[in-house]
Design a protein around this ligand. Structure first.
Ligand SMILES: OC[C@H]1O[C@](O)(CO)[C@@H](O)[C@@H]1O
Length: 774
């Protein structure tokens, strides 16, 4: 763009005499040919002196010698021309015109240079330019007219010269005048050309100005649009803030409680079958031996019977792995509630077989029964946490998620209590003890049909909006379910993928890798914390630490009671303190008490000869194990079950649950079969590997696990999206900030990342902003 602004002017200007007739007082100071210019400035420009802008004329007349500097200033206005007119001296006139023309040429040349140097963005005043041009034109016209008149005069004078004059001074003067005049004509011609060039410059500048104006208009328009967009986003943020506040105000309804109760029976089943086999170990081994001897008419040694018993214990975990792994597929195909209903039949089948073991007089039936109930429990551990987290209101999701572990510990406790010799831990009682697993399954089969299917499954996976609404209305006991529907839609939008994701896709997805790793490590932190080592072997640990066998058994039950109560205590904390914080407390506490367990074992070993020491150490052992279990209940017991369901949106959730639950079962199995050899190998240092693992899990949780408390699934998803770009996960990890509500990097930018905003009414749907965004 050639628009330039400079302090120079074509017309006038300090120090510049001028073509434009910068009327200097010194009208006579015209300079002479060849050295015109120089001299006084400061002549007022009668025409355009106020303008400070100009354009650079590109084709000015060539500058002859002496062009430069400001001319001596002429008379004001057309004073220059007037100056010519008032003079009778041809020479003076011609000199003046030549000088003026040269001055102009020189000014143009110098201004061209200075303009180039002074170029800056245009605040050029178009009007001023136009005025300058008009003024120039007038002056040139005037000059031309005057010159023509003057020429005519001169010529008419020279047409009939007297002979004497012809050969005399007059003839010489006449000649000089003619030369001067023709020179003036040439200069005038050049002046005209320069004017034309200026004119074309002005036209160009005008064009540029129009272009600039257009651009400015566009910029203004974009600015307005951005402003609108910002207002729109602010409005949406406010809306979503309000919506979230409403979501956070939801309470526990009767139907929600009922559904939670019906589904938690699945986790109770898991806990019950985990613990039920421990107490009647001796009775079951005796049965195996008897059957063997009955069948093969030969003795079975104790080691063999022990091996078959261990098989009955561990085949449960193998069934669990299978069930847990297939949970995702079942959840997608039959729904959460549908899957649980079908699973009830599996549970009934497994429980029947276990209960009828003695009737069939076959330990194989026990193995099959244990395997089938294992599959049932595996499916439960996948389906129940998923179902609960999907139906729970946002503000209760943590507390209700804790119900999973509450049910597990309750099931464990029931099995421990029923397993004592005084109740069912006998040769006759044990098949009933195992067969009682039918109760949760039947109860579930009765209670579940009335429960609604997960609205998320109906809306996002199945796209059955009406059914989803119906389910939500029942769960929330209100018709005001738009917030929930909108929140689910947001989850669906944020997930931006197929409704369902296969396990392979999940493992290969870079975005989902991080939540998957977190889920898996969280599950490992639950099982490799050593909780089952304590559970399975607490009685023998207490005996080793010096407690009497009878006391040891009851202390073990006491631990179960404490566990249930502690889990209950942590329920309200989940949505207040947050999952991450509680998990850190839990792991930290377990780490400390695992060290104390080792210390108590070591002291018993080395100072066992001092009775007082033994008393103290048994006390320390009980307290340490108690502390260990209490801290397990604070976090690692319940959080891994809920966090996997929280870290994933609807599409990948089932596949993620499958993988995480499989890992949980594998680790559970590994500790179950590995603890005894570990005990043999490490003796008093058996808990040391768990201490090391607990420290590693603590560091991992501190560094990698985000806070999910009070976050919608969409917000949690956004944490992992943003993670590559900044510190959103960091801030969420540390402070549990909510991305949508915060003004921080996560909040606004995640919201703005997806332009497909939820709409509350039609007017917003038709918002210009949206059409712009699209
Ligand atoms: O309460 C302890 C029990 O909890 C679980 O970790 C499941 O959450 C079981 O593996 C364990 O036996």
């Amino acid at each position: 763009m050639k628009v330039s602004s400079s302090s120079g002017r074509v017309c006038g200007g300090g120090g510049g005499g001028g073509v434009c007739g910068n009327g200097g007082e010194d009208g006579n100071d015209t300079g002479s040919r060849g050295d015109s210019g120089g001299g006084g400035g400061g002549a007022p420009n009668n025409n355009n002196s106020s303008s400070s802008s100009t354009s650079t004329c590109t084709s000015s007349p060539p500058c002859s010698e002496g062009c430069g500097g400001g001319g001596g200033g002429g008379s004001g206005g057309s004073g220059l021309v007037a100056g010519v007119l008032v003079s009778d001296q041809g020479e003076v006139i011609s000199d003046r015109y030549v000088g003026v023309a040269r001055q102009f040429a020189s000014r143009q040349a110098s201004e061209r240079g200075s303009n180039k140097a002074d170029q800056s963005d245009g605040s050029d005043d178009e009007t001023t330019l136009r005025q300058m041009l008009v003024s120039l034109q007038h002056q040139v016209t005037d000059m031309s007219a005057n010159l023509t008149t003057r020429l005519d005069e001169l010529q008419s004078r020279g047409v009939s010269p007297s002979p004497a004059a012809y050969y005399g001074t007059e003839h010489r003067g006449h000649m000089e005048t003619s030369v001067a005049l023709s020179e003036i004509r040439t200069q005038l011609h050049e002046l005209t050309r320069s004017l034309e060039s200026c004119q074309s410059e002005v036209t160009e500048v005008k064009r540029d100005m129009v272009a600039i104006k257009n651009e400015l208009d566009t910029v203004q328009q974009v600015k307005e649009e951005i402003e609108e967009l910002r207002e729109y986003v602010d409005r949406l943020e406010l809306q979503s803030h309000r919506r979230k506040l409403r979501l956070l105000e939801q309470g526990l309804t009767f139907f929600l409680s009922y559904t939670i109760l019906a589904s938690m029976l699945g986790m109770l089943q898991f806990g019950y079958n985990t613990g039920v086999i421990n107490a009647p170990e001796g009775n079951i081994e005796k049965f195996i031996k008897d059957v063997f001897e009955d069948r093969y008419k030969e003795n079975m040694d104790h080691a063999q019977a022990e091996l078959l018993y261990s098989f009955a214990v561990s085949i449960f975990a193998i069934g669990g792995m299978l069930g847990g792994f297939s949970g995702g597929i079942i959840a997608n195909r039959f729904g959460r509630k549908g899957g649980l209903l079908l699973n009830s039949f599996v549970g009934i089948g497994g429980a029947c077989l276990m209960g009828l073991t003695k009737y069939f007089n076959s330990y194989e039936v026990l193995f099959i029964g244990r395997f089938i109930i294992g599959v049932n429990c595996g499916l439960n551990t996948s389906l129940v946490p998923m179902y609960i987290s999907e139906i729970a209101p946002l503000n209760l999701r943590g507390g209700l998620g804790t119900v999973n572990q509450l049910a597990v510990t309750t099931g464990l406790l029931i099995s421990q209590i029923l397993g004592i010799e005084q109740i069912l831990g006998t040769d006759e009682g044990w098949p009933l003890l195992l067969g009682l697993a039918i109760c949760p399954a039947i109860l579930q089969l009765i209670l579940l049909p009335v429960c609604p299917e997960s609205p998320r499954y109906l809306l996002i996976t199945k796209q059955w909006e009406e059914e989803a609404r119906k389910a939500l209305r029942r769960l929330r006991a209100t018709n005001q379910i738009e917030e929930d529907i909108e929140e689910m839609r947001a989850e669906e939008r944020a997930q931006q993928s197929e409704a369902t994701i296969s396990m392979m896709e999940l493992v290969c997805s870079p975005t989902l890798r991080q939540p998957l790793i977190i889920s898996v490590v969280m599950q490992l932190s639950q099982q490799l914390s050593g909780i089952n080592a304590v559970f399975y072997y607490s009685t023998s640990l207490f005996i080793t630490a010096g407690l009497a066998e009878n006391v040891a058994k009851f202390v073990t039950i006491g631990i179960g009671v404490i566990m249930v109560n502690m889990t209950l205590v942590t329920m309200p904390l989940m949505d207040k303190t947050g999952r991450r914080t509680l998990h850190l407390y839990g792991l930290g506490g377990m780490f400390i008490f695992s060290i104390f367990i080792t210390i108590s074992l070591l002291i018993t070993e080395f100072f066992g000869f001092v009775q007082e020491m033994i008393d103290w150490m048994s006390y320390l052992a009980v307290v340490s194990i108690l502390g260990f279990v209490v801290f397990f209940a604070v976090g690692p017991g319940s959080i891994p079950w809920m966090i996997t369901a929280e870290l994933f949106s609807q599409g990948p959730r089932p596949a993620a649950m499958s993988i995480a639950v499989l890992i949980n079962w594998v680790a559970n199995f590994a500790v179950g079969i590995g603890f005894q050899p570990l005990k043999t190998a490490l003796d008093n240092y058996t808990f040391l590997p768990f201490s090391v693992l607990l420290a590693i899990f603590w560091i991992f949780t501190y560094k990698k696990v985000p806070e999910t408390k009070n976050k919608t699934f969409e917000e949690i998803l956004a944490l992992f999206r943003q993670n590559g770009r900044g510190s959103v996960l960091e801030s969420s990890r540390l402070y549990g900030t909510s991305t949508t509500l915060s003004d921080g990097p996560g909040g606004v930018c995640c919201m703005r990342q997806h332009w497909q905003f939820p709409h509350d009414d039609v007017s917003e749907r038709n918002s210009p902003v949206e059409s712009h965004a699209q």
